[in-house]
Write a protein that binds this ligand. Structure first.
Ligand SMILES: Cc1cc2nc3c(=O)[nH]c(=O)nc-3n(C[C@H](O)[C@H](O)[C@H](O)COP(=O)(O)OP(=O)(O)OC[C@H]3O[C@@H](n4cnc5c(N)ncnc54)[C@H](O)[C@@H]3O)c2cc1C
Length: 310
């Protein structure tokens, strides 16, 4: 069976649902997602989103902070684009119904946290369940839109490319082959369906779950990256994997992120069992150092699979 749609979106995290809401103005959108619609890294994000929001802050500050924290690894044009578009995208999220936490002393304003690496207050958040709140708002907007369907328990297996079809039909492949759709396993029916679409969007998230200890949910297995690679896309920057320094470890239970409030603003580090504590800025610095150590450890132990295909 082949299902036809205008846009096929693989993944129902923030990226997939955001794209679906934009594309729904131009045609029918099918989102396929491998578990329940809300199961994604997006749902587990806690601390919030950085954007220039207060009158004391400006784009130059945020660009500078990002380039300093990026230690020479950031592309300036990408940083500037992200920083300048940030406030408008936050306003879009609010328009879609996201309820960010308001300031205690002035409910007309939003509460802005300040986290490690930021010279100004600019983290908008929904308590410390920011991702869950954004997923709720976007999920409701998608569910209400007549042009969007979300198919749960549908695992995209591989992309259908012109190259692949030509191999099957023993025809000469085009010089610039297109992606035509995807094969998707319906877990409930235990059947593979073909989807054809004018455009296919891979929004299948990251690959954090390839590590034994991670705060990522079990859906984060890098499927989208693997499908893109098999279709001939160039893969880069695979060494950038986010590790949270405050992950609960229990040998028999799934790891999860202990509240970011522990090491964000107001967080205190306490030695065990001693009384020594550090201030919130020191906590943020230690958290940052710990992340860098993890990153360097991976890097120097050879886990740096930057692979490119020409
Ligand atoms: C614990 C935690 C805390 C975080 N805190 C923050 C924070 O405070 N601020 C911040 O900016 N970022 C934070 N992040 C990072 C942020 O959550 C992610 O960068 C972001 O949500 C990624 O969104 P996404 O839509 O690209 O991917 P995801 O949200 O991971 O969505 C991927 C989707 O693809 C689906 N999928 C995967 N494979 C397939 C397949 N084969 N077929 C069909 N569907 C598939 C998944 O089920 C899921 O629905 C945090 C992440 C975690 C894990």
């Amino acid at each position: 069976m082949t299902t036809k749609t205008d846009f096929l979106v693989i993944g129902s995290g923030v990226a997939g649902m955001w794209f679906a809401l934009q594309a729904s103005q131009h045609g029918k959108v099918a989102i396929v997602t491998k578990a329940q619609r809300s199961e994604s890294n997006s749902r587990y994000a806690q601390g919030g989103i950085a954007a220039v929001w207060s009158e004391e802050d400006n784009y130059d500050n945020h660009v500078r902070d990002t380039l300093v924290a990026g230690a020479g690894l950031c592309r300036r044009d990408a940083v500037e684009l992200t920083v300048r578009e940030g406030p408008a995208r936050i306003r879009d999220l609010i328009a879609f119904g996201t309820r960010f936490t308001r300031a205690e002393d002035d409910p007309e304003k939003y509460s802005l946290h300040r986290e490690g690496g930021h010279s100004h207050r600019r983290i908008l958040h929904a308590a410390d369940l920011t991702g869950a709140e954004i997923v709720r708002a976007l999920g409701e907007a998608c569910a209400q839109h007549p042009n969007i369907i979300i198919l749960e328990n549908h695992v995209a297996v591989d992309l259908i490319t012109e190259n692949w079809l030509c191999r099957r039909l023993e025809e000469i492949p085009p010089e610039e082959p297109r992606v035509l759709g995807a094969y998707v396993l319906d877990l409930d029916a235990d059947e593979v369906e073909a989807f054809s679409a004018r455009a296919v969007v891979l929004a299948a998230g990251g690959a954090g779950k390839v590590y034994l200890y991670t705060t990522n949910p079990s859906v984060a297995t890098g499927d989208g990256i693997a499908m893109a690679y098999r279709a001939g896309a160039r893969i880069a920057n695979m060494e950038f994997v986010q590790f949270h320094p405050t992950c609960l470890h229990h040998p028999k239970e799934t790891s999860f992120l202990v509240s970011e409030a522990l090491r964000g603003e107001g967080g205190k580090l306490t030695s065990w069992p001693g009384p020594s504590t550090t201030s919130s800025s020191a906590a943020a610095w230690n958290a940052c150092t710990s992340t860098c150590d993890t990153w360097n450890g991976l890097r120097w132990s050879g886990c740096s699979p930057i692979s490119t295909r020409s």
